[in-house]
Design a protein around this ligand. Structure first.
Ligand code: USQ
Length: 380
């Protein structure tokens, strides 16, 4: 297959690129490094800097021998995206080219608008290319479980059957984001659904929960791991907690710690991408999967980190701090995630050895950790 990966430099994008090369596909990686430059502007750094794109391309070519190229393209620029799309002619596009941070999107109006503009434009431009040049091309878009919010009823996979005045219809499950980032993802879902309904595009939307981990297969080369963020703006909760534990900072539990989310290991996330590629949405169909494997509250995650790291003699302290976000502290949460399992997903569980494995990686790079950027500074 010919696969285009938009946002190939990110935490998900690079491991996906390696993984898709390992499946023998021809790959075009696309990124304009916007996240890296925003991180630099805010003085945040990943735990380890990635090797240059040229070094990584060489690694992919040597290891897998298949055709792989990279283009530094801003997907929010339609002309540029069109020119690479019509030349490469992808069978599948995996779309990660979106700003992924809820705290970043809530810093102020400029950051909020940049998130909305970047995410909507890249999605819209991708749709335009597919509609104009190849309506059969399968779009796999990374959505987020956070689009659903925390409703007081079970969360279905994408769709909800509604009975009203004795009639029944199926609608997209109600969305209610709790940041402008999450709202941008709701808006692009709506754009995709519009084009699926009107022009019979083929779209898979993967509603992913917070991802954790650093390894993406059982034989990763340690020099080519993804960028791992632990700071207050770009890091996600479990990765952050492990870094905090390693440097002896009490784990920053926001609010009561009763917020529940659906979590997924990076390795499983890649398995889901492969399942989505092998089971493409049909013409005129929007397939929606809830992409998480286990539900935990923040308190449960913190306790898991404490128990696991006691095995390697790290004494972890927990601390409840005032929640910098506006989100429900105590709420019902029960989300379905049957569809990926039905396609054959066997999940990695968040057990102690998984947490220890990530902590051991973090310990190797402990000297790089900047403690200044651990406590949350963005409030909304
Ligand atoms: N949290 C803490 N302490 C921390 C960091 C976070 O208690 O130090 C809490 C948050 O308040 C929240 C939960 O942990 O209740 C998850 O926060 P997060 O920062 O791990 O995740 P979030 O901001 O929702 O966003 C991340 C990714 C985003 C992805 C999303 C999936 O950055 O790209 O879409 O996870 S989901 O959360 O399901 O929307």
């Amino acid at each position: 297959m010919k696969i285009m990966i938009l946002g190939s430099e990110g935490y998900m994008g690079w491991p996906t690129s390696v993984n898709q090369c390992s499946q023998g596909h021809e790959i075009l990686m696309i990124d304009n490094n916007i996240k890296k430059s925003l991180m630099r502007n805010h003085k945040r750094k990943p735990l380890v800097n990635q090797k240059s794109i040229n070094a990584r391309l060489l690694y992919l070519k040597k290891r897998f021998k298949n055709k792989v190229t990279f283009s530094n393209i801003d997907c929010s620029n339609l002309n540029k995206l069109e020119s690479v799309f019509k030349k490469f002619k992808p069978d599948t596009v995996i779309h990660y080219a979106e700003l992924p941070s809820a705290p970043y999107s809530m810093i102020g109006s400029k950051e909020g608008w940049l998130t909305l503009e970047n995410n909507l434009k890249s999605t819209f431009n991708l749709i335009s290319c597919v509609k104009k040049y190849n309506k059969d091309c399968h779009i796999i878009k990374l959505g987020t479980m956070g689009e659903y919010g925390t409703p007081n009823i079970d969360i279905e996979e994408g769709w909800l059957s509604v009975k009203h005045n004795k009639r029944i219809d199926k609608f997209m499950y109600p969305r209610q984001g709790s940041s402008l980032y999450h709202t941008s993802k709701i808006m692009d879902t709506d754009l995709l659904w519009f084009y699926v309904r009107l022009y019979e595009l083929r779209v898979t939307d993967l509603m992913q929960g917070p991802v954790y981990g650093i390894y993406y297969s059982d034989n990763d080369d340690s020099k080519y791991l993804p960028t791992f963020s632990y700071d207050d703006i770009f890091g996600t909760v479990l990765n952050r907690f492990i870094v905090q534990a390693v440097v002896g900072i009490p784990l920053t539990i926001y609010g009561t710690g009763h917020q529940i989310r659906g979590y997924i290991n990076l390795k499983d996330s890649l398995k889901c991408i492969n399942l989505a590629i092998k089971n493409p949405a049909k013409k005129g169909q929007m397939e929606i999967y809830n992409q998480f494997t286990e539900q935990y509250s923040v308190n449960q995650i913190a306790k898991k980190v404490r128990n696991a790291l006691s095995r390697i003699n790290i004494n972890v302290k927990l601390q409840k701090i005032s929640n910098p976000r506006i989100e429900r502290n105590k709420h019902y949460y029960n989300a379905r995630n049957d569809k990926m399992k039905k396609l054959g997903l066997h999940a990695e569980l968040l057990d102690e050895s998984t947490i220890v494995e990530i902590a051991e990686y973090v310990m190797k790079h402990k000297a790089n950790i900047d403690k200044k950027f651990i406590k949350p500074r963005m409030k909304w």
